[in-house]
Design a protein around this ligand. Structure first.
Ligand SMILES: Nc1nc2c(c(=O)[nH]1)N[C@H]1C(S)=C(S)[C@@H](COP(=O)(O)OP(=O)(O)OC[C@H]3O[C@@H](n4cnc5c(=O)[nH]c(N)nc54)[C@H](O)[C@@H]3O)O[C@H]1N2
Ligand SMILES: Nc1nc2c(c(=O)[nH]1)N[C@H]1C(S)=C(S)[C@@H](COP(=O)(O)OP(=O)(O)OC[C@H]3O[C@@H](n4cnc5c(=O)[nH]c(N)nc54)[C@H](O)[C@@H]3O)O[C@H]1N2
Ligand code: SF4
Ligand SMILES: [Mo]
Length: 681
């Protein structure tokens, strides 16, 4: 019998970085659990367990394809890359480098993302961004301002050491299921879980206290809790005095948030607000866990700031069990941000507005002409395409037309580009719009590092050959860069990681060997002997003067309100068995069998009012468009709000294009809508 081989890997779906082995055997690969992985201890959720279904899937892209009048035609790699290089050169010549746009991928490795943005910026373009714009972009300015660093402060297993977990706008039981394992240990130890979420979800089922708040009212809730904490003298005087600034302004601002007023705004009982405030402030160590429920709002940055204020006020930071957990989304979104695939940051969180710091990168890259200033964000690129300011777009591993809000507008706008190239593992709807499609190797078909939400950097080796002529994103970028005359002289990902260590100080001590160890290394890891830094802010903050900045926030309502024409609110999000725009999970047989179609959850009262019957196909309409979905009548939804997952393309035809002014994230969580037989009434 042929020998079996175990190849360690990291899950390609969410940002928890769960490890497992791919067991290679004669009759096909299978998953073997990695019991000693520090984050998942062998467990995988349904998506992780189904992840090998995308490898060798019949729909995988296998050859470069060029759009012709007669449809897609297969071309050689040499031909494809010389077309792309030619288009880049032509665009620069005719319109300047700022007519080029580059969207990197939170599914690609650190090394791939690093080279992608290096190529874009070396060519002179400022326009580099990724899906973090539609995800945790509010976390970045808010936490940088508050703490000086925009990351999750403590590792996931440390949640088990918390005495209280305050969850606001995260449904981790479905979307980061491994977090639920650790949260259950908190409960086993007698700790409390408090959840603020407008919907009933598997996460609210775990809660000791659920505040079923109105959509988009989180700042009011947090200010109300902070007023209780200050009134009842539950705040941490020593921590506030020694380690923060801004307390007086906060006390002043929240004094107006009386229980009556807050209870009215959030539509939850005053006693629940008091209980939540007391348990968070009084517990010896409390954690705040948040995600898209607070970021994807027109005031997403304010929401995150208010969470940071609560943590600073109560001194619930910088210790085991006490931390702030922005649960990141994609498997390598933390890494893509660290690598500078953002319109506002170079690698290592260097601001695009800081010429002094950019000079350091110029020296490392041997150039003297890197662009300074804000680039176009992922949301701004389609708009700029419509205006004729963006001519060429390179999308590496994003399904922008399905994952962006108000997607029919986005599609129309992208039509105006002179040239679009998409590099993906499947023919997505975005790829269908491209002029050229480049087939990419999937995660387990290449090697390199991924950085999880815990800041854990893990190296994965290659387990499979890519299908057909598909190539790793890294080799495609290297080839293209050489055609463009760029001096990208790297033998492979290990070489790129070495350069990353020179440019990004928190990665300075991370080598392939260290990242290959079980569980890798948690950055900051400033030198090769450094053990990594699981808990941030233990000594002080990296914000100016080493102090955390409390910046009080005012409650502002969501942009869209209900009206006679649109009497309900639509909120969108996720379910356990699908991932994002669905290119991978909609092709996964075992997941599709259990979750085959788009649905809309409607509260029984609303269903009665609008004559919707469970199981009916109903029409959902917003100011942007209309879509059909299967009705699920369920009390999980509160009256007046309907929910749709965005894993099928129809959902984003409906969502709002209002954006947060600072983070520029769309308000995916609130849109006024109508359903069923409302049309024409
Ligand atoms: N199964 C699965 N897992 C995933 C993904 C997936 O698509 N499927 N995607 C990954 C990605 S990219 C991300 S970013 C994460 C996201 O993970 P989550 O943030 O957990 O995902 P969502 O379902 O978008 O939203 C979370 C919760 O926010 C609540 N919410 C909505 N509006 C509000 C509000 O105004 N206030 C409050 N307090 N709560 C609100 C929703 O009811 C929902 O329960 O998941 C990652 N993991
Ligand atoms: N309505 C609504 N819309 C939303 C959200 C919401 O809550 N509601 N959430 C938003 C959030 S949080 C996010 S993060 C975005 C996600 O937005 P996207 O990043 O556009 O979503 P994905 O569907 O995960 O797209 C990833 C793509 O990468 C491809 N891919 C996988 N592996 C590789 C690889 O190794 N190389 C290459 N080149 N490609 C690869 C996949 O096939 C897929 O097409 O969606 C946002 N959109
Ligand atoms: S929790 Fe996230 S990383 Fe872990 S198996 Fe599930 S999708 Fe993969
Ligand atoms: Mo995300």
């Amino acid at each position: 019998m042929a020998e079996e081989k175990l190849v360690p890997t990291v899950c390609p779906y969410c940002a928890l970085g769960c490890g497992f082995y791919i067991k290679l055997k004669e009759d096909g690969p299978e998953i073997e659990y990695m019991l000693d992985h520090p984050t998942n201890e062998g467990s995988l959720c349904a998506k992780g367990n189904a992840s090998l279904e995308v490898i060798n899937h019949p729909d995988r892209l296998r050859h470069p394809l060029k759009k012709t009048e007669g449809g897609w035609s297969r071309i050689t790699w040499d031909e494809a890359l010389s077309i792309v290089a030619g288009k880049i050169e032509e665009t620069i010549k005719r319109h300047g480098p700022d007519a080029l746009g580059f969207l990197g991928s939170a599914k690609s490795t650190n090394e791939e993302n690093y080279l992608f943005q290096k190529m874009a910026r070396t060519l002179g373009s400022k326009n580099v961004d990724c899906c973090a714009r539609r995800c945790h972009s509010p976390t970045i300015p808010a936490l940088k301002r508050a703490f000086g660093s925009a990351c999750m402060t403590n590792p996931i297993p440390d949640l088990a050491n918390s005495d209280c977990i305050f969850v606001i706008g995260s449904n981790f039981a479905e979307n980061h299921p491994i977090v639920a394992r650790w949260a259950m240990r908190t409960k086993d130890r007698g700790g409390r879980i408090v959840v603020a979420d407008p919907r009933l979800t598997p996460t609210t089922w775990l809660a000791d206290l659920h505040l079923q708040i109105r959509l988009g009212t989180d700042v009011a809730l947090l200010n109300g809790m902070m007023k209780v904490i200050i009134d009842e003298e539950l705040w941490d005087r020593k921590f506030v005095a020694e380690r923060t600034t801004g307390f007086e302004e906060l006390a002043e601002k929240v004094s107006g948030y009386t229980l009556e007023k807050v209870s009215e705004i959030i539509d939850a009982p005053p006693e629940a607000i008091v209980k939540a405030a007391r348990v968070y402030a009084k517990s010896p160590s409390s954690a705040i866990v948040y995600s898209m429920g607070i970021t994807q709002h027109s005031h997403g940055t304010n929401n995150v700031s208010a969470c940071a204020d609560l943590a600073l006020l109560c001194g619930q930071l910088g210790r085991s069990g006490a931390g702030l957990y922005p649960l990141r989304g994609q498997n390598n979104v933390q890494g893509a941000c660290d690598m500078g695939v953002l319109a506002d940051f170079y690698p290592g969180s260097v601001s695009v507005h800081d010429p002094g710091a950019i000079r350091f990168i110029e020296e490392a890259w041997g150039t003297s002409a890197l662009p300074i200033g804000m680039g176009m964000t992922a949301e701004a690129m389609p708009v700029a395409a419509a205006a004729g300011d963006l001519r060429f777009l390179y999308i590496m591993g994003e399904d922008l037309v399905n994952s962006d809000s108000s997607s029919s507008r986005g599609r129309r706008e992208l039509e105006n580009l002179d040239f679009m190239v998409v590099q993906d593992i499947f023919m997505t709807d975005t790829a269908e719009m491209a002029d050229l499609v480049l087939p990419a190797a999937a995660w387990a078909e290449k090697e390199g590092t991924f950085t999880s939400s815990e800041r854990r950097v893990q190296w994965i080796p290659r387990a499979f050959d890519p299908p057909g002529e598909a190539r790793s994103d890294l080799s495609t970028i290297l080839k293209l860069a050489s055609l463009l005359g760029l001096d990208f002289d790297y033998a492979g990902p290990e070489d790129v990681l070495t350069e990353i260590g020179r440019v990004v100080s928190s990665y300075a001590g991370i080598s392939k060997e260290r990242a290959e160890e079980r569980g890798g290394v948690i950055w900051p890891c400033p030198h090769p002997e450094h053990p990594g830094t699981p808990i941030l802010h233990q000594e002080g903050f990296s914000a100016p003067e080493g102090r955390g900045r409390i910046v009080p926030m005012e409650y502002l309502p969501p942009a869209e309100e209900t009206s006679l024409d649109y009497p309900l609110l639509l909120t969108t999000g996720r379910v356990a068995l699908h991932h994002n725009a669905g290119s991978m999970t909609r092709r996964s047989f075992s997941l599709m069998k259990r979750s085959p179609e788009l649905f809309v959850e409607v509260n029984p009262q609303d269903a009665d009012r609008w004559s919707v019957i469970d199981g009916d196909l109903v029409e959902v309409e917003t100011r942007r468009g209309e879509a059909w979905a299967r009705a699920r009548v369920t009390p999980r939804q509160e009256e007046g709000v309907i929910f749709m997952p965005f894993h099928f393309p129809e959902t984003n035809l409906l969502t709002s294009d209002v954006i947060d002014p600072e983070a520029r994230i769309p308000e995916f969580k609130v849109a006024a809508c109508r359903i069923g037989k409302m049309k024409g009434v």
